[in-house]
Design a protein around this ligand. Structure first.
Ligand SMILES: [Zn+2]
Length: 279
């Protein structure tokens, strides 16, 4: 609740940069290639100056480029960017800042990209969620019912391009601080990380954060394989909140694996055969 970030090691991606990011990463501070910021609230951006400075001044890959992607025009992010410039006026950092809007894309690698989508978090400042997609190829639906020898025969006759079509598979979707996101943005995702501030909608004063059951419904409707709930309010005692969450997951109809990310740790909210990753 006080400081937010998510480090996705296989993607080399950090989403949000709350205070203490560099302390949490330790020797891995040079691993991230990209930081994607969802919005400019203090608990999501105040870790950036320390993180950038640590990469510049600690022993290691000081020249490794870092790309920062953020909601274009967001005042909190721009204030942090200016702070870095003022704190170290004579230093050049290997950092690029790219402002994006909903629908914009940012290249992460050869077949990997980041796409921003609009999130609902109150106020007038631009707020985003992100999807990491991977470009893949699959059999065209018209050939989906054929047996493998027939598919091979068609490939010999017409070539692979006549049979295959490109598509985008969602590796990761991240809601940021947000009300429930449109499930279509996370359709078929390997992993959805979603705001779940409230156990009960009656505890919500303003429409700026989701409930756990809303997040579960997004995960169910999107058919994601793994759902990580995050940002659970500190008003809830964990000893009773975790059993309550497990009951909500069991009653939700969400068929994937579900975890709570809390204080830097993952806690399984359901277990069983077929869930991934195995709990
Ligand atoms: Zn916020």
């Amino acid at each position: 609740m006080f400081s937010n970030w998510l480090w996705h090691e296989p993607l080399g991606l950090v989403i949000d940069a709350g205070e203490g990011l560099q302390l949490a990463l330790g020797q891995r501070i040079w691993s991230p290639r990209t930081v994607a910021l969802t919005h400019g609230h203090a608990d999501h951006v105040l870790g950036l100056p320390g993180f950038i400075a640590s990469r510049r001044y600690a022993k290691g890959a000081q020249d490794k480029p870092l790309a920062i992607v953020y909601p274009e025009g967001n005042a909190g992010v721009l204030a942090v960017r200016e702070l870095v410039g003022r704190l170290w006026p004579n230093e050049a950092f290997p950092v690029t800042w790219t402002g994006v809007r909903a629908g914009d894309e940012f290249r992460l690698g050869k077949a990997l990209g980041l796409r921003a989508f609009a999130a609902t978090h109150g106020g007038t400042e631009p707020t985003l969620g992100y999807v990491v997609f991977e470009e893949r190829r699959r059999l065209k639906p018209a050939f989906a019912g054929l047996a493998e020898p027939e598919v091979r025969q068609l490939a010999r006759e017409g070539g692979r391009d006549a049979l295959m079509e490109p598509y985008r598979h969602v590796r990761l979707a991240h809601s940021g601080d947000s009300m429930p996101v449109d499930p279509s943005v996370a359709a078929g995702a390997d992993l959805l990380v979603h705001d779940a501030t409230f156990l009960d909608a009656a505890d919500r004063r303003r429409e700026i954060h989701a409930t756990a059951s809303e997040a579960l419904e997004v995960g169910r409707a999107a058919g994601v394989r793994c759902l990580v709930l995050q940002h659970l309010s500190i008003r809830y005692d964990r000893a009773s909140a975790i059993p309550a969450l497990r009951e909500q997951v069991a009653a939700s109809g969400f068929a994937g694996a579900c975890w709570l990310l809390d204080d830097g740790r993952l806690t399984a909210l359901n277990t069983g055969p077929g869930l991934w990753p195995e709990a």
